[in-house]
Design a binder for this molecule. Sequence first.
Ligand code: NCD
Length: 427
Amino acid sequence: MSNQQTFLRDAMRRLNMTREAFATRIGVSRRALDTWLLPDDSQESRSMPEIVERFVSEILQHQTETTQSVHKHQSLADAIAFEGRPQLLSVDQFSRESVEALFLVADIMQPIARRQKISRVLEGAVLGNLFFEASTRTRVSFGAAFCRLGGSVCDTTGFTFSSMAKGESIYDTSRVMAGYVDALVVRHPEQGSVAEFARATNIPVINAGDGPGEHPSQALLDLYTIQREFSRLGKLVDGAHIALVGDLKYGRTVHSLSKLLALYKGIKLTLVAPPGLEMPSYVIERLGKHDMVIEQTDDLEKGLAGADVVYATRIQKERFQNESFEGYRPDFQINKALIDSACGADTMIMHPLPRDGRPDANDLSTDLNLDPRLAIFRQTDNGIPVRMAIFATLMGVDGQVQRSMRDATWRRPAMVGPDDAVFHGID
Ligand code: NCD
């Protein structure tokens, strides 16, 4: 995609404007704007005049200053602090303004995440990655994000090989680790346990999943992905119809994501779960306090109809207590036939991954792999800039990143995945 198209799409996303509203704001016809947004090889494509570019840049500059002035007397880290400390335990710590401010930091991180630039703002800092539960992408993406800012990572995985298996308390483990490292990322099978870790130390602690509780960094990268994809499609998050599908009872990613979406206006949320695996009532009660329409069903075809986003999740069998296998049904699979019949050409299909890719699994089918609506790898890619933004913010270097950047010198492929769509190439 040319710079012109990226520039205009980014501008619309940052300003939260539809094409129509944006064209009006910058005083051009909708048709002119459309021609500037067309791919370079299209016959109708036109270059936008330089004066328009300057005007849009000024509007963006003004908007950035306004967003920053929301926190004039307070840094972003202070605005989202957990009990006064720079820690991230729940999406409840965010307002719409602070989410948008974090996404601006994530945007700054994109050239580093895409391996065009390097930065060493966290040089000398050490991250402790403590995963007492299974993980691949969350652990590695937190580690890679920290390394890409110049820090180093110490990892531990599994419960059996940790001192907790010898009866050590969370308090002791947390205090000991705080003497070794400068920030902690913790995943633990019990809800509320990561907050216990956080209370036992003053260093930054990030919740990477506390049992069926929350997974705030996943929800942030999900919302960031929705915003970026919507800007390409000319849609806004406000007023969107989002279907959350699968094990909504134990899936922590949907608990965090639904609460984050509640910060936006006029969202319609359709909750599609097999009987027995519905969204917990404490989450629904919280959502009910917001300007949000909530519908619940166990009928996949009905629930997906007209959705702008289908967010599928895995059945969390490892957390089942009395549910046995009642959540399993032969017809509960999101596959190409279902998406083609219930959804439109603009529907985004998301999943936090891992998905159960076996042929009859009650999960997101692999037959959608080459479908451009499938956003799952764009989602995982966005995990890096978002997690970099979280670290930079909590560790107080978010303001230094921009001027710290140098060119990356190693050779990199034009696209990281062989089937990636053009708009998601590295450049
Ligand atoms: C999820 C998790 O651990 O909650 N994975 C992830 O972090 N992306 C989802 C899952 O395990 O199903």
